[in-house]
Ligand binder design. Structure first.
Ligand SMILES: O=C(O)CCC(=O)C(=O)O
Ligand SMILES: [Fe+2]
Length: 207
């Protein structure tokens, strides 16, 4: 969904180093052909902890409750990347997902309140290209993929837990590979996730 130019600045990004590169490469093939891939436990626990430490100082901002047919109850915190850090992320992902140098990464933490956090079925915005990576950092919840363009017919559901990664196809120049997906349902604790997306063009940055 959307993010604002407020947030935490990080100087380096170690996301990819926390995921086995070969596994990521195989999952990338699936995500780019099937439209999605689920990688349970893909993110190394030390990286989950490192991200949660960053998220603990987040200035959470509620997202608008309804956006067309999509409803949600979730807060966000955008990460601002310095230009070298943004470069690092693109460099790390470019080999696996073939991300051009001209694209910018966008990283957003989301926090779902324990009893009522959710995002209803939606496709991510068209500005998000090639691949969207959803990292679960805290709490468990259900993550569902729907049949093409349906908001009611579930194709697959996973109970995502800390360390799990879901890859979703982003917008492409031909067709529309973006899967309809939804997140949520009551859990035992707040859920925190980190979403990494790519846009064509410059992002607000610290430097
Ligand atoms: O929290 C997640 O894992 C995914 C969130 C999502 O689908 C979105 O922000 O568009
Ligand atoms: Fe989404």
């Amino acid at each position: 969904m959307t993010s604002a130019p407020v947030g935490t600045t990080i100087d380096s990004m170690t996301l990819e180093q926390g995921i086995d590169r070969n596994w990521l490469r195989e999952a990338a093939k699936v995500a780019l052909t099937k439209g999605y891939a689920y990688l349970p436990g893909a993110l190394h626990p030390s990286h989950v902890v490192a991200h949660l430490e960053r998220a603990s100082s987040a200035a959470w901002r509620p997202l608008v409750a309804a956006d067309g047919p999509v409803t949600q109850c979730v807060e966000e915190h955008a990460l601002l990347l310095s230009e070298p850090a943004a470069r690092t992320v693109v460099d790390l992902f470019s080999s696996v997902f073939d991300i051009p140098d001209s694209w910018s990464p966008e990283l957003t933490y989301l926090r779902y309140p324990r009893s009522h956090g959710y995002i209803s079925p939606h496709k991510d915005h068209r500005r998000y290209l090639r691949i969207v990576s959803c990292l679960s950092l805290a709490g468990t919840t259900s993550f569902s993929i729907y049949h093409k363009n349906s908001r009611t017919q579930v194709a697959e559901t996973w109970t995502v837990a800390p360390g799990d990664v879901v890859l979703l196809a982003g917008a492409a120049s031909t067709g529309d590979p973006r899967p309809m997906h939804a997140v949520g349902g009551p859990g035992n604790s707040d859920r925190i996730s980190l979403t990494l997306r790519f846009l064509n063009g410059a992002q607000p940055s610290e430097t």
